[in-house]
Design a binder for this molecule. Sequence first.
Ligand SMILES: CC(=O)N[C@H]1[C@@H](OP(=O)(O)OP(=O)(O)OC[C@H]2O[C@@H](n3ccc(=O)[nH]c3=O)[C@H](O)[C@@H]2O)O[C@H](CO)[C@@H](O)[C@@H]1O
Ligand SMILES: C=C(OP(=O)(O)O)C(=O)O
Length: 417
Amino acid sequence: MDKLLITGGRSLNGEIAISGAKNAALPILCASLLSADTLELDNVPELKDIGTTLSLLQQMGVSFERSGHQVKLQAAQLDSLEAPYELVKTMRASILVLGPLLARFGQARVSLPGGCAIGQRPVDQHIKGLAALGADIRIEHGFVVAQAKRLKGATIRTDMVTVTGTENLMMAAVLAEGQTILENAAREPEVTDLAELLIKMGARIEGHGTDRIVIDGVERLHGASHRIVPDRIETGTFLCAVAATGGDIMLKGTAPVTLGAVLDKLREAGLTLETGPDWIRGTMNHRPRAVGFRTYEYPAFPTDMQAQLMALNCVAEGTAVIVENIFENRYMHVQELRRMGANIDIDGPTAVVTGVARLSGAKVMATDLRASASLVIAGLAAEGETTVERIYHLDRGYERMEDKLCAVGADIRRIKD
Ligand SMILES: CC(=O)N[C@H]1[C@@H](OP(=O)(O)OP(=O)(O)OC[C@H]2O[C@@H](n3ccc(=O)[nH]c3=O)[C@H](O)[C@@H]2O)O[C@H](CO)[C@@H](O)[C@@H]1O
Ligand SMILES: C=C(OP(=O)(O)O)C(=O)O
């Protein structure tokens, strides 16, 4: 298993190009199942999760061509309507094939994802919603097995806001008969990006970006071209890195408008920010100030940035109180940050972080995607060498992270196994 060897203490200066958003690209790739025509996508990040999704679609019979960040897919006819356990267990987002398969082919068999490092993450709301759309849906031998002649529009109010739940139900509803209303819908920019792609394919959707999405089903969808939105979490991660190390970085090809809550917190921490329509410049020349925050659904502070802002707090002046409201177990990085000298107390969903003047490099283990990113940030700010093990988590969701950071002055080496 590859590791990263980081020598800390260098400031970051220069320009980084932000990649397309993993969490937008994954549902959008799955949306290719909704039409027999070609989908042409641009700004698709080169990530492990993208490779896994393409393998999953390919084993179902979807043909694709990939060249750099461009992917062309066509699901003319399928050989299989199944997502096997072996792929779903490595990537929970595989559940996103359920809605499209059921909507277009009238059946699907998708392995039930298990729990994962950050929480139990059930998919009961996806199942409840598809049942409301008229699917005969049950759990059998570890699979969600669903059938429907043609789905029928309904009003669905999910018990909580769920991002992939909203995406799955939206993809199911676009080909359903009649009108579907998704209440308590997720407002994340990645949900909006999926809706915009579906509209280009001929879907009739209104209200995306709000908590009430109205979908009028159509008979069929056609091909489309689409550019994936920039990755707001990758952007936020690099901003936390420069806020922790000091320096001056320019992030290009990003969307500041999707980062409101994150930028507010970074400003509070003392990072000087300038923004344009598609760029952000972050400058830091002093020790950061500790900033408390609570994670909630978009547009509030995202859970996917919690670990990275916690890493920044570890080297800040003062004490910050953090509350993680989305996932019940998203503090796996705390134990590892403590190995580097961080002062963090946890009580249920609350973490209290008191900054220390310097972290010290250590061997640490990545436990999930954003936990890995927090360890990289801590390693960049720490004194001495940090080895981050099990970085396959990082490769799931960050495109060439160490190359991008080295290009702005970081000292990071990948040690291949
Ligand atoms: C591929 C993708 O886009 N992943 C993102 C997506 O994950 P994902 O879509 O899996 O996360 P959800 O928004 O569904 O989860 C929110 C909360 O609802 C719970 N829940 C969800 C569905 C359900 O059927 N039952 C249920 O109880 C979850 O356990 C969690 O506590 O949104 C999360 C929250 O912003 C992000 O951290 C992930 O990066
Ligand atoms: C939790 C994440 O991803 P996933 O939902 O794919 O596990 C993430 O992107 O931080």
